[in-house]
Design a protein around this ligand. Sequence first.
Ligand SMILES: [Zn+2]
Length: 375
Amino acid sequence: MSKTLALTEELIALSSVTPQDKGCQARLIELLSPLGFACETIESGGVTNLWARKGTAQPLLVFAGHTDVVPTGPVDQWTSPPFEPTHRDGKLYGRGAADMKTSIAAMVIAAEEFVHANPDHKGSIGLLITSDEEGPATDGTVIVCDALKARGEQLDYCVVGEPTSSEVLGDTIKNGRRGTMSGKLTVKGIQGHIAYPQLARNPVHELAPALADLVAEKWDDGNEYYLPTSWQVSNIHGGTGASNVIPGTVVVDFNFRFCTASTVEGLQQRVHAILDRHKLEYDLVWTVGGHPFLTPKGSLSDAMANAIKAETGVTTELSTTGGTSDGRFIAKICPQVIEFGPPNGSIHKIDEHIELRFIDPLKNIYRRTMENLLL
Ligand SMILES: [Zn+2]
């Protein structure tokens, strides 16, 4: 049996629902220590993180990922139990099979093969593993990155093992992610009887033209790597429930998914300018969920693209679509961050799986990336 498959199955059997690790990292330490990795557990808020590094020289190539998985949902809807790795129709089923225990196993076995074949490789290899990616992500990668920065550890390249492929293994690398920023807007009027509008001020009516302007606003044109920034309303609420009352307030929740062509401050200023132009009386509370990051095509994306081509024959594409990931934290301490992993069609779903035929090639792509950068 393939070592990568065997380790993937071991990890799936450990029911590490976020933020639990359930011994996954201890198993990785058992495998990495004999290879010469110095393994360090960094705990924060009950979350376990692993920083493992082999070598002290630059460049430092880091593989990053998470051992936690999302909850199973209704277990009786799974064809086989989610924490019993099961083969069916050429696929391996189990929670975490695609997001992202196969990637973790592939990183470790790739490192083992690379180190055995090239004991005198240049530079260093690091693994940054957390069990707080699928949850609030406040005690995971961000904490490890702070610790590495504080001690002056310089990262040169980072590959995050998130499931980025679309149809087949290798078709997509993510070289950035959009940022996310939410706002809660409360527009104030004066409540009153609907039959006496002259004694009230309707905040819904006052909001309407401002809302139209916000919807029509072109925030930016995007750039070579990103689609234009998008602004969307998620919730709007006004009214007391009675049909004869002009409401006193209307509340609008909205969200920006923004690219590197815009900034947090710039977007906030422009929203305020539109609201002020309409002379609204309002409160607006902002929450920045994550800043965007971008790694332009360069030595890391080339090393990964060449590894994919050599292993699978697939010509990969760079993409910045999808939600946020831990790449946003690592990008603050590492000049080149990309994400690459198996197809993502089943992630977070009932009957999550990975095709068995992709498991060893994924490990080989990671190993070839090490070869391309550290030999
Ligand atoms: Zn993930």
